[in-house]
Design a protein around this ligand. Structure first.
Ligand code: ATP
Length: 512
């Protein structure tokens, strides 16, 4: 099965088992907006908790806030979003479909890459063990032709984007003979800039001055509260402010399931430091954040840093943590050294001092900021896509299992009476009633025990606790492990401790 087919199965599975539903489905959906179902919301909350506790509880100098989505419109002028939070878009005149010009070109580049890879695979088959990929890539005329084209197009695209040259961007689309995937024609409009912020109107003001925006990032809510938190929390630099919340972007290209949505959640932390200390903290946060990801156990090889060559005007260092999604390595988290840009801009636009008096140096200054910004939904997708496994068992049967880290799994354990009589359901309920105070559990007595195990595998429940006839005499139950399907007999009295050790967030936080 191809990666693409597995990904399609994963999306269908996420819907069938209550993780993620397309928004407004009975009205045929709303593009790039999704709802989290009964399983999804539990898992999402667990991810949030893992992030929050790792930031706010484990770091004595980081506190959290929850700022409003609506903010004064001047904030978005100060931050640069009104002027420059744009994507270059182009319309196909025949299909009336709108595309991101740079994405059309990137897709073209990806096709060239695919062509080169196919050629390499052909060579590998032909030459067998004696195949030398590096040499092949350096000498095969077909590969070389594609590579020359790739380099040329990539260079032209980068230059056009860096110089904000929309005419050059359009010319590149024409020169590459890129056609609209829907109409198949090359009948393109000019390339225009499109602002990604959603706007709406305050109720009591009818003219332009009443326009406000849905925040496109949570960070500005932290910056404008910098002094409130610093003063009321008596925070001393270096210190951080963390926040989890919704952000909204009118993305032109919305695809790849929950990877790119128009309404999504961010988990952001702004760390305020002394000017000059920022590189040291940037390095530290890079390492800290990678360790956080790796502790999830999805596979160390699935992460890589992608340092930005071209920096935003306010940044003096930036990197992405990329994750290997089913559609390739893509950004999961950004770590940025934002200098004093945001606080200085707010100082300028609001006329209020955004300075910190440093008792150690006896100086006042606008602090520098290191930002860590991670998409909650992308983290969800990273975990779900790594967890999703279609397995053939030794007995020839197949199962779909979600190998979600136990601390993140929506349901921690299922309590199952072996059969629906002989006092087993009563005993199982008794066990369930004590466990549910500490853990999210499910009780299930319908169908054969095998079917019930499969249902729990499909939602990623790490443990099934089976109550059988012996339980009534020996007060022991069987724990069945999701990943290995092995079973272990344990006393009921020990269940809480055993389970706690395996599913508590401690199992992740302890690794940091
Ligand atoms: P991209 O280049 O993929 O559009 P970005 O560089 O614009 O992302 P940031 O502004 O750095 O993203 O936002 C921080 C994080 O927020 C990203 O690393 C990502 O995980 C998440 N994020 C950004 N846009 C979206 C979106 N449309 N849907 C879901 N998550 C998003």
């Amino acid at each position: 099965m191809t990666q693409e087919e597995v990904f399609k199965n994963l999306i269908a599975h996420a819907k069938e088992y209550g993780f993620i539903f397309p928004s407004s489905e009975i009205y045929d959906g709303l593009s790039a907006v999704y709802d989290y179902g009964q399983m999804g919301v539990e898992m999402k909350n667990n991810i949030k908790k893992y992030w929050w506790e790792s930031m706010v509880r484990l770091n004595e100098n980081i506190v959290g806030i929850d700022s409003a989505i609506f903010m004064h419109p001047r904030i978005w002028e100060a931050s640069g979003h009104v002027g420059a939070f744009n994507d270059p878009l182009i319309d196909n005149k025949d299909s009336k479909k709108r595309y991101r010009a740079d994405v059309l070109i990137e897709d073209y580049l990806a096709k060239l890459e695919e062509k080169m890879n196919k050629e390499v695979e052909k060579g590998r088959k032909k030459f067998g063990d004696s195949f030398n990929e590096e040499q092949f890539r350096a000498t095969n005329p077909n590969v070389l032709r594609s590579k020359t084209k790739w380099d040329e197009v990539h260079q032209r695209m980068t230059e056009a984007l860096n110089q904000n040259d929309l005419v050059a961007l359009r010319q590149l689309i024409i020169d590459c003979e890129i056609a609209c995937p829907i109409s198949g024609t090359k009948n393109w409009t000019e390339v225009r800039q499109f602002n990604l912020m959603f706007s709406t109107q305050l109720g009591n003001i009818s003219d332009e001055s009443g326009i406000i925006y849905l925040r496109p990032e949570t960070a500005q809510g932290i910056f404008v509260n910098f002094l409130n938190v610093q003063k009321t929390g008596r925070m001393k630099i270096p210190f951080g402010i963390a926040q989890i919340g919704k952000a909204f972007r009118n993305e032109i290209v919305a695809r790849q399931f929950i990877f790119r949505m128009r309404e999504f959640e961010q988990m952001e932390m702004q760390f305020f430091v002394r000017p000059g200390d920022e590189m040291q903290w940037f390095k530290k946060w890079k390492a800290t954040r990678l360790a956080w990801h790796k502790a999830l156990g999805l596979g160390d090889e699935k992460y890589r840093f992608h340092d930005h060559e071209k920096l935003a005007h306010y940044a003096n260092a930036a990197t992405d943590i990329e994750f290997e999604f089913p559609f390739g390595f893509k950004e999961l988290e950004g770590i940025h050294s934002r200098t004093d840009f945001d606080l200085s801009q707010h100082q300028k636009f609001s006329g209020r001092k955004m300075q910190y008096f440093d008792p150690e140096t006896n100086e006042s200054y606008v602090p520098y900021v290191i930002e860590t910004s991670i998409g909650l939904d992308r983290t969800f997708l990273a975990i779900l896509s790594s967890a999703y496994t279609e397995e053939k068992l030794e007995n020839g049967e197949e199962r779909v299992v979600l190998r979600i880290p136990p601390a993140i799994a929506p349901v921690k354990m299922a309590v199952l009476p072996l059969i629906k009589k002989d006092g087993l359901p009563e005993k199982a309920h008794e066990i369930m009633n004590t466990l549910k105070i500490d853990f999210n559990c499910q009780y299930d007595e319908k169908d054969s025990i095998g079917k019930r195990y499969r249902r729990q595998d499909a939602i990623g429940t790490p443990f099934c606790i089976t109550v059988d006839h012996d339980t009534l005499n020996d007060n022991c139950v069987t724990i069945r492990y999701r990943d290995t399907m092995t079973q272990e007999r344990v006393p009921i009295d020990a269940l809480r401790t055993i389970m706690d050790e395996k599913v508590n967030l401690r199992s992740l936080l302890g690794k940091l």
